[in-house]
Design a protein around this ligand. Structure first.
Ligand code: AMP
Ligand code: TRP
Length: 336
């Protein structure tokens, strides 16, 4: 029996944080044996906001090495860089021409990011979800494992695929496969350490708002020491008036691998002074081995290059086949 396929990616706008790990990568690792996995570094998405050309390539490689360090097995998964496969940009163009503008104007992430950018909003930022749809549809995945914040983009991807099929396909021969989101409840939304109502994000100007997977033990300890809490003693899940409390307990639960009931019982009576060292210790125990493996991966000459070259070759074949199918269906002149 052939395995079902998954595809996912992360923007290369900075080092990955606990939200990326708990909301995305950890899930990819858990299901990689079960599925044929395609995982990529979204560097074309990284330039939808102003970027620094001097660090783009190295950030992309750091993200790739982080995937491997977190336990993605390149013998099982296909790992590649988005910009190395021109079919992404080409299909995005084609999809642009069939996507109504008002579908993009209502995207929450666009509205939030556009507000932050002020005057400097590129067409690329508006078009971001169409490129994402191209990323996905090229590989005909069954499922797309992402965090909760990507639900709307996945719905748009489904709408775009259905529109292509409706306009250019037939009932019996759809052109694009309509994928399903795979969003786990736990960890789907890790919040900022500085404000429990905002999500942890690479683009938050404050380093103190997030724990990077590559942070040193000292940095982790400092960030947890300084993170926002509340004046109430006794910690609990799910109290809407205590978003920080819910977030920090959830992090503790996920990183320690305990159940919610166990953590709720353990923390019901304690105060922040007792909880913070516990969370620090647990976070360091979860992250330190990943950081060590990351260093080993980058120290091995040529290893990452080989993974990325093999990944590109395999991904490209699949992507180009889907692109040809779409171009044929839209009536482009065949290549001579
Ligand atoms: P990004 O960093 O925005 O490229 O996101 C890459 C992946 O990490 C996507 O699957 C996101 O849904 C997930 N992700 C990003 N931030 C968070 C967060 N704060 N909590 C949970 N998942 C997240
Ligand atoms: N937009 C995604 C994010 O910010 C990253 C991404 C780009 C992606 N292309 C994708 C995720 C394709 C899944 C599938 O999280």
């Amino acid at each position: 029996m052939t395995k079902q396929r998954i595809l996912s990616g992360i923007q290369t706008t900075g080092d990955l944080h606990l939200g990326n790990y708990l909301g995305a990568i950890r899930n990819w690792v858990e299901i990689q044996e079960q599925y044929d996995s395609y995982l990529f570094m979204a560097d074309l998405h990284a330039i939808t906001v102003p970027h620094d050309p001097k660090v783009l390539a190295s950030t992309t490689r750091r993200v790739a090495a982080t995937y491997l360090a977190c336990g993605i097995n390149p013998k099982q998964a296909t790992i590649f860089i988005q910009s190395h496969i021109s079919a992404h940009a080409e299909l995005a163009w084609i999809l642009n021409c069939i996507t109504p503008l008002n579908w993009l104007e209502r995207m929450i992430q666009f509205k939030e990011k556009a507000l932050k950018q002020g005057e400097d909003v590129s067409v690329g930022l508006l078009d971001y979800p169409v490129l994402q749809a191209a990323d996905i549809l090229l590989y005909e995945p069954d499922h797309v494992p992402v965090g909760e914040d990507q639900r709307q983009h996945l719905e748009l991807t489904r709408d775009i695929a259905q529109r292509v099929n409706y306009k250019f396909g037939t009932e019996t021969q759809p052109i694009l496969k309509v994928p399903n989101p795979l969003i786990r409840k736990e960890g789907a939304r890790v919040m900022s350490l500085a404000d429990g109502t905002r999500k942890m994000s690479k683009s938050d100007p404050s380093e103190l708002s997030r724990i990077s997977i590559l942070d040193t033990n000292d940095a982790i300890a400092t960030k947890i020491k300084k993170c926002k809490t509340d004046p109430t003693r006794g910690l609990e899940f799910g109290n809407p008036d205590r978003p920080e409390c819910n977030n920090l307990l959830t992090l503790y639960m996920l990183l320690s691998g305990q159940t919610q009931a166990t953590v709720a019982a353990e923390c019901a009576e304690i105060g922040w002074g007792q909880f913070k060292p516990l969370l620090t210790e647990t976070t360091i125990a979860a992250i330190a081995p990943i950081r060590d493996r990351y260093d080993e991966i980058l120290a091995e000459p040529g290893y990452l290059d080989t993974v990325l070259r093999e990944g590109r070759e395999k991904a490209e074949t699949l992507a180009n086949a889907t692109l040809s199918k779409v171009k044929n269906a839209l009536g482009f002149a065949p290549m001579i």
